[in-house]
Design a protein around this ligand. Structure first.
Ligand code: DUT
Length: 160
């Protein structure tokens, strides 16, 4: 069973009232990274390629806290600290307004016991402006059986 947005909000911080949806909690965009070097996925381990945070443009008469993203693929870090409670699994979906603007957010499984500010692959198929702090995604939680809890290399990411 999927949990309510109010339940999900107990595991996401900070959350403003307008982020709490009937079935989940909206996540905001904090940092956009651009990958510089190749990563590696091996049979026995992996490595994330070097990346750099994209600068926030500071154009006159424009909100300075806005990303102006040309077509391409970016890694987006969310602004919220997320905790996947035991007995649950998390899924993140893009906000439909992204899709309607020819952009997409690709995501993976969020494991029970994970804590951190996660990341998603932001695909920009048409140039787009996204304000820092704007809502781009929604986290939902479903009840799930599991053995053990998350103990991988991304535990605690973005909380430093
Ligand atoms: O779209 C997603 C999906 C998951 N996560 C977080 C939560 C998840 O629990 C953690 C690890 O994901 P996964 O298990 O897929 O990572 P991995 O590539 O298998 O690495 P590791 O074994 O170090 O966990 O990353 C994200 O930040 N974004």
């Amino acid at each position: 069973m999927f949990r309510s947005g109010t339940f999900v909000a107990e595991h996401v911080s900070p959350t403003a009232a307008d982020q709490i949806q009937p079935n989940g909690v909206d996540l905001t965009l904090d940092v956009v990274f651009e990958q510089l070097e190749p990563g590696r996925i091996g049979r026995d381990g992996k490595q994330v390629g070097d990346r750099v945070a994209r600068p926030l443009e500071e154009l006159e008469q424009k909100d300075p806290d806005t990303y102006y993203l040309p077509q391409g693929a970016y890694v987006a870090r969310y602004g919220e600290r997320i905790e996947i409670p035991e007995g649950h699994i998390g899924f993140v979906y893009p906000r439909s307004s992204l899709m309607r603007n020819s952009c997409m957010l690709n995501t993976a499984v969020w494991d029970a016991g994970y804590e951190g500010r996660g990341e998603g692959l932001l695909q920009v198929h048409h140039d787009v402006e996204i304000e820092r702090g704007a809502r781009i995604a929604q986290l939902v939680l479903a009840e799930a059986d599991h053995e053990g809890v998350y103990d991988g290399s991304y535990q605690g990411e973005g909380l430093e």
